[in-house]
Each structure stands twice: as structure tokens, then as C-alpha cells.
Design a protein around this ligand. Structure first.
Ligand SMILES: Cc1cc2nc3c(=O)[nH]c(=O)nc-3n(C[C@H](O)[C@H](O)[C@H](O)COP(=O)(O)O)c2cc1C
Length: 414
């Protein structure tokens, strides 16, 4: 049976269990997946044995249960299980496990398998189960945020009667909801296009002193939207964003930058080391960096650490930055890199808007330009126009429509 024929059919599913009263609920997942034709293997923390036995898991259809990294004859299982799996689901995930995974601790079978599998590009899912206060504990909140930032799917918790007798949030999702999520993630995985896209986001900040900077108003909203939509279309995304930019909900790789120089360095590194097919350069890059600061008496201030005095006038000398957009292809290991830039105009005159876009599009290193006029910006959703050589401009009503148009354009990328 091929993978696309039925629900999860033919998939290798690795279930990681940790010590919760929800273990028996999670174990019903094993038989459901097995019935659908998947092979299920299970790795357990030691405390799982207090809730459910190996024999029970094997009866449900688990081909193998792994709970000790040092089992003779299975010394490499902590690596091979992650390589074997098409998807990894930690269910139930205790607060202990969630906090360990976010802290990088690998001291048992489950946390070691998890770490060794991360970065393989397979979906990794966490299904939390715990008491309400454990769920709200600051370390747990922070760990969930971190894990999500690393592209891990942390599912929500349910609300209701808890095993401890209390009422509140922290219940593990029902097996049917977990099965549905896994099915969706596996279906999505099969639709992966293999195209690698780098999206830049947010605005640069040029430091004046330790507390001041020159910045711009870019929020990163459009880039976050594009990133999410292009992930949903099956592409592999890297988000390179300003530290304060709006972040996409889930992305495999996130890299942050601060200043123009920092962004340039990150772009050179990423394009030079990985093979990207497309760059969508939505970041608002400062046209100027600070060259020097002079006092009103003409003295050039050397040490810009700490806080500059506000007692007298200062002269900030700015130097023009080169256009990063025009250099991306030359930094790329992939000579066929598709470069999509953004052009913001500030004029009512349509001809002037088109001329500004054409000027950017005429550059040999740029393949397409997304245009906005300042008058259109400021609302949650605003329109865009996408220009590419030899094509009619495409009007896109919002970020979602823009992502669809870019996705179509990417189909033409080699
Ligand atoms: C009856 C019982 C139920 C428990 N249920 C949970 C739970 O649902 N979530 C949780 O985070 N911890 C729960 N615990 C506590 C964990 O089992 C404990 O923190 C353990 O050290 C977790 O280890 P592990 O993450 O390595 O499995 C429970 C403990 C007991 C005795």
C-alpha cells in the first residue's frame, strides 16, 4: 500500500511516552496507527513503567519499545530510531520532559532520541499533559515558546477534570484530535516540494550609543504571513528576521539580525553555505549606517559605549549603504537563485510608481519586485502588486494572495 492511499498508511511513527496518568490514553494511539497500516515504535522514560507495561504496548501493536540507551545490542538505537521515523510524537509529554527538551538535556532514552532526530526535517510533535499549575509554571511557558520557535508542533492542552481531581487546563488532547493532527502533518510532509526559500523580515537598527538607534517602522507582518503560507504550500523555509519583528507561527529555521552589517553577514553566510532556490527580501534595510558623531565644536566622538550626553547638539554623519538586494545572487552557491525584492514608493503618480519598480527590476540580479505605495500601508491587510519581466503585473489583495502569486512564480524557478 502506498503512503498516499490511506490515513498514515505505511508511515513509520515513533511515539515517545513520559510518565503521566495519560499514558493509557496515549497507548490507544498505537493500535489506531497500526490498524491504518503504519509501523509504530515506542520509546519511554523510566517512569512510564509506573503507568503502563512493555507487554501492553506490544499487544497494542508497537513493534519495539525502547527505554534504555545502554541496552546491550541496541547502543545505536537512540540515533537509528530518529532516522527510521517519518514523524515523532511525544505523548503524553510531562512538564519534566518539555522543560528537558527545551534545555537540551539528553539523559534518558526519550530525550536522547528526540535530540538526535531534531533537524532531520521530519515533523516533531509534543502533546502536553499535566496539572494546571505545572502547565502555567513560568519555565514550562518559556519552554513551550522556545520549542515552537524551533519549529516543533506543540499541541494545545484541553480543559476539564484533571487526574488529580482538580478542574482546569492541562488535560492531554483526546486521541482522535492527536490522530487528526498526525494525519495532517504526514499528508503535508508528502506534499513537500523540496524548494528552499529564505525570507528576510523586519527592519535594521543602526546603533548610535548603548541606548539609542536609528530604525524604521517595518513590523515584519508581511514576511511572517508569506513564511507561513509558503510553508503550507510545502516549501522549506528559513526566516531571517529582526529581533523585534513579528515571527511566523512555525518555521524550521529562524535566524535573527540586528543592524545592516549584521544582516549582510547573515545573508552571506546563509546563501554561501546552504543551497537556496528563492530569496524573498522583505526586510526594510537602512539606506544609511552611522559613520561618525561630532560635537557642535567639531570633536569626533570615539567611544560610543554608554549613553551620549544630551546637553548639547550632536552631528550624526551617515554613510550610504550598498543595496543588499543587488548582491544576493553573487553571494549564492546556487547560480539559479531567484531573487524577489520589495519596492515601496510614495507618490500618487502611477507612472512614477511603475518607473521606480522598473528601475529595480532592470537590475540583472533581480527576478521579481513586489510593489507597495506608502498610501496603501498601515492597515492589517493591504494590497500588493507583483512585477516580473515578460509578465503582466499581478494585483494581490493581501499577503495570502501575494504568497499564492509568488508560489506560482516559484514553479518557474529551475
Ligand atoms: C499518578 C501520577 C500521575 C502523574 N501525571 C503527570 C502528568 O500528567 N504530567 C506531568 O507532567 N507529570 C505527572 N506526574 C509526575 C511525573 O511522573 C514526574 O514528574 C516524573 O518525574 C516525570 O518523569 P519523565 O518525564 O521522565 O517521565 C505524575 C505522577 C504520578 C505519580
Amino acid at each position: 500500500m502506498s503512503k498516499s492511499e490511506s490515513k498514515n498508511s505505511g508511515s513509520n511513527i515513533l511515539l515517545l511516552m513520559s510518565g503521566s496518568i495519560a499514558c493509557s490514553k496515549a497507548s490507544s494511539l498505537v493500535s489506531a496507527w497500526t490498524k491504518h497500516g503504519s509501523e509504530v515504535r515506542v520509546a519511554c522514560t523510566r517512569s512510564v513503567a509506573e503507568f503502563i507495561g512493555h507487554a501492553e504496548l506490544a499487544d497494542l501493536g508497537a513493534r519495539m519499545v525502547f527505554d534504555n540507551v545502554f541496552t546491550p545490542g541496541h547502543e545505536m538505537e537512540h540515533i537509528s530510531l530518529g532516522k527510521w521515523a517519518d514523524i515523532i510524537i511525544a505523548a503524553p509529554a510531562t512538564s519534566n520532559l518539555i522543560n528537558k527538551l527545551s534545555a537540551g538535556i539528553a539523559d534518558d532514552a526519550v530525550s536522547t532520541v528526540w535530540q538526535a532526530a531534531y533537524g532531520r526535517g521530519i515533523p516533531m510533535v509534543i502533546v502536553p499533559a499535566m496539572n494546571t499549575r505545572m502547565w502555567r509554571y513560568p519555565a514550562t511557558r518559556e519552554s513551550v515558546r522556545r520549542l515552537k520557535r524551533w519549529g516543533i508542533h506543540v499541541l494545545p492542552v484541553g480543559k476539564g477534570q484533571l487526574a488529580c481531581g482538580e478542574h482546569g487546563e492541562g488535560r492531554m488532547l483526546e486521541p482522535a484530535e492527536i490522530l487528526e493532527t498526525v494525519e495532517r502533518l504526514l499528508a503535508f510532509d508528502q506534499k513537500k516540494t523540496g524548494k528552499r526559500v529564505l525570507v528576510t523580515a523586519g527592519g535594521t537598527r543602526e546603533t548610535i550609543d548603548s541606548v539609542r538607534y536609528i530604525g524604521n517602522m517595518s513590523s515584519g507582518r508581511t514576511a511572517a504571513r508569506l513564511t507561513e503560507e509558503l510553508i503550507a504550500a510545502g516549501h522549506e523555509l528559513t526566516w531571517l528576521g529582526a529581533e523585534d519583528a513579528i515571527r511566523p507561527a512555525s518555521v524550521e529555521r529562524m535566524v535573527s539580525y540586528y543592524s545592516f552589517a549584521d544582516l549582510e553577514a547573515r545573508l552571506r553566510e546563509l546563501l554561501g553555505s546552504g543551497i537556496y532556490d528563492v530569496v524573498i527580501h522583505a526586510a526594510a534595510v537602512s539606506d544609511f549606517s552611522l559613520a561618525s558623531i561630532e560635537t557642535s565644536r567639531g570633536d569626533v566622538l570615539e567611544n560610543l559605549r554608554g549613553k551620549l550626553s544630551s546637553e548639547s547638539d550632536l552631528l550624526l554623519r551617515l554613510k550610504k549603504n550598498p543595496k543588499l538586494l543587488n548582491q544576493l545572487k553573487s553571494w549564492s552557491r546556487n547560480p539559479s537563485l531567484m531573487v524577489i525584492g520589495f519596492k515601496l514608493t510614495d507618490t500618487d503618480d502611477l507612472q512614477q510608481r511603475i518607473a521606480a519598480v522598473r528601475k529595480q527590476l532592470d537590475h540583472p540580479q533581480i527576478d521579481a519586485v513586489v510593489h507597495n505605495d506608502l498610501s496603501e500601508i498601515g492597515h492589517e491587510a493591504h494590497p500588493f502588486q507583483l512585477y516580473a519581466p515578460m509578465r503582466e503585473p499581478v494585483h494581490c489583495a493581501d499577503g495570502e494572495a501575494l504568497a499564492k502569486t509568488i508560489n506560482k512564480l516559484m514553479e518557474t524557478a529551475p
